[in-house]
Design a protein around this ligand. Structure first.
Ligand code: FRU
Length: 519
């Protein structure tokens, strides 16, 4: 969003004048078999059937279902009065759409937030001896915003006793009132076993605030964390412990999405690693890291209540960027989520702690035929796959690190549109070039070459790519450098070339796996 929500809403109004169509939602039984087959419709990713979506919200695993709520405006393909849309999945791969879960009310629009399973019924909202699901969200009061009150965002809760199908808003909302901070939103709640309290972290303009509560209803301010002097707007934080791989150490991670100056421009998701004692997050504010170097992974947060025996930290983000999200060329709906990812924390050679993200293993379910790519030295750009009928891919390549040239992958179609995903052996960085990727002229911020930093020494360059009709996700070097980028080729990419810019590329191993759509 723009710095000021007011400015933001004005620009929305402008865009809404250009494109204010309310689009009826298709039914899955569409007789012409056109369901989810529109141009630019991703086949591997979650997207709403119609109209506008932004951040993932309320992600909680409960009784075999991964819940995904999301910022949703059901009356247009641009941002507007926010609801929580809802979908569930058994595996974070295939999704079932459910009716809208939360509607705006007299306290305001329903902005981003989270959900938890209140197993011990600390809230008292449970029924029949069972704890409820509790959604914690921001109410955004439009009238207060217009009147420039500065107190128009506050945190509220709702509960459900039927697996998230219906929700009752708490009669005494809001549960956290606003002391006069204009941007005061996006609560994420976790259970902190050591202090036996619920912890709420949310964004308060250029910082996060931390509150605690015994019962999800009564909240007490504890602390805040920010970068002194840094005035960028923070949104959608998350706070959780992570075991450092291969050690007995546990660190706390604070995720925060940043509204501008992401690594390649616009909005992006960042994190800090530190400690948390139930009251205060202590981390090095000078050491802000990017979870994803691509332009299109915002508001990423983790799933709550993932079973202990699973033990993974599971997350996904909104696959777009506020710079152009509202004018991307899809017609009936706008935006998709990233693939679900599993996050792990590693102590690197320089003793720094870093998150690696890899696509969840459940994606193996959609794998079809796999083709081996010849392991050899390639002296020039070489076609390694082509089939007009197949347009969804997982590509897995391991190269010897090139000393002085650039190698990678070109995805293309017969309309001469392409995306290059490269590693530059001199600059020691990854890049995605989407300048000629199809429809790019809708925003000056869209086309371009975007870079993914690697500050580690490497002997091999490993590229794992998921290619969908309107996105490319690169998980390089076992998830150390991740780049998520959307693109709008007028026809899906169906040709894959191994790219060699000067010199040669030594491929150690490679495969191309055809994927099946999830819809
Ligand atoms: C992030 C965000 C949140 C807010 C929501 C409104 O993309 O701006 O801070 O709650 O979107 O839709």
């Amino acid at each position: 969003m723009k710095n000021s929500l007011i400015l933001f809403c004005c620009s929305l109004l402008f865009i809404a004048c250009v494109d204010n169509s309310s689009i009826p939602v298709d039914v899955k039984t569409a007789p012409d078999n056109s369901y989810y087959k529109e141009q630019y419709r991703n086949q591997l990713h979650f997207s709403p059937e119609a109209n506008w979506m932004n951040d993932p919200n309320g992600m909680v695993f409960y009784e075999g279902e991964y819940h995904l709520f999301y910022q949703y405006y059901p009356d247009s393909t641009v941002w507007g009065p926010m609801h929580w849309g809802h979908a569930v999945s058994p595996d974070m791969v295939s999704w079932e759409h459910l009716p809208i879960a939360l509607y705006p009310d007299s306290l305001g629009l329903i902005f981003s937030g989270s959900a938890v399973y209140d197993a011990e019924n600390t809230s008292g909202f449970g029924e029949k001896g069972k704890g409820p699901l509790i959604a914690i969200f921001t109410h955004h009061d439009m009238a207060g915003e217009k009147a420039q009150t500065k107190t128009f965002q506050y945190q509220s809760i709702a509960y459900s006793n039927d697996k998230g199908r219906t929700w009752t808003k708490y009669a005494d909302n809001p549960v956290v009132s606003n002391p006069g901070i204009k941007d005061f939103r996006d609560p994420k709640v976790i259970w902190h076993a050591e202090s036996e309290k619920w912890i709420m972290v949310f964004a308060a303009y250029d910082k996060v605030r931390i509150y605690n509560s015994p019962n999800l209803k009564d909240w007490t301010y504890q602390s805040e964390f920010g970068i002194p002097g840094d005035k960028r707007l923070w949104e959608c934080p998350d706070l959780f412990p992570m075991k450092v791989e291969g050690t007995d150490l546990t660190k706390w991670v604070l995720i925060t999405s940043i509204q501008k100056e992401g690594p390649n421009g616009g909005t992006a998701t960042s994190y800090f690693v530190g400690g948390f004692d139930g009251k205060e997050f202590k981390g090095d504010f000078k050491n802000q890291k990017w979870l994803d170097y691509g332009k299109d992974n915002y508001a990423l947060v983790t799933w709550a209540n993932v079973p202990k025996e699973d033990g993974r930290i599971l997350a996904l983000g909104w696959m777009s960027n506020w710079q152009y999200a509202q004018i991307v060329p899809s017609k009936k709906w706008r935006s998709a989520m990233t693939l679900a990812r599993s996050l792990t924390l590693h102590k690197e050679k320089n003793n720094d702690f870093k998150i690696r993200s890899m696509p969840v293993k459940e994606l193996a379910k959609i794998e079809g035929k796999s083709h081996t790519v010849d392991a050899k030295v390639y002296n020039e750009t070489t076609e390694i796959y082509s089939s007009a009928a197949q347009t969804l891919f997982k590509i897995n390549l391991s190269f010897k690190k090139p000393a002085s040239n650039t190698i990678g992958i070109r995805l293309s179609n017969d309309a001469s549109e392409y995306v290059d995903i490269e590693f530059d052996g001199v600059a020691n960085r990854f890049a995605i070039n989407r300048e000629k990727s199809g429809k790019v002229d809708f925003s000056a911020d869209f086309p371009g070459i975007h870079f993914g930093e690697v500050d580690y020494e490497q002997e091999t360059v490993d590229m794992l790519l998921y290619v969908d009709h309107a996105s490319v996700e690169l998980f390089a070097d076992q998830g150390q450098c991740v780049m998520t980028e959307i693109c709008f080729p007028t026809k899906p990419f169906s040709k894959i070339e191994l790219l060699v810019k000067k010199g040669s590329a030594e491929l150690i191993s490679g495969s191309i796996t055809e994927l099946k759509g999830i819809w």
